[in-house]
Design a protein around this ligand. Structure first.
Ligand code: F3S
Length: 60
């Protein structure tokens, strides 16, 4: 599983980093995915995607 962020849409609120720091981190004023979603973090990652205020995280 991996998370893909539409960085053009990301407003840099940091909520995804709060929700799932194992997957997301801030790079300057945008969030980036560090890599594949680690085992056991799938649900947390999906929650982070669902909570993104601009819905710019896709999990697949
Ligand atoms: Fe950006 Fe959404 Fe995260 S706006 S910082 S991808 S919660």
């Amino acid at each position: 599983m991996k998370a893909i962020i539409d960085t053009d849409s990301c407003i840099g609120c940091g909520l995804c980093v709060n929700d799932c720091p194992e997957v997301f981190e801030m790079a300057a004023d945008k969030a980036v995915a560090k890599g594949p979603v680690p085992a056991g973090k799938e649900e947390t990652c999906k929650t982070a995607a669902a909570n993104c205020p601009v819905q710019c995280i896709k999990v697949e």
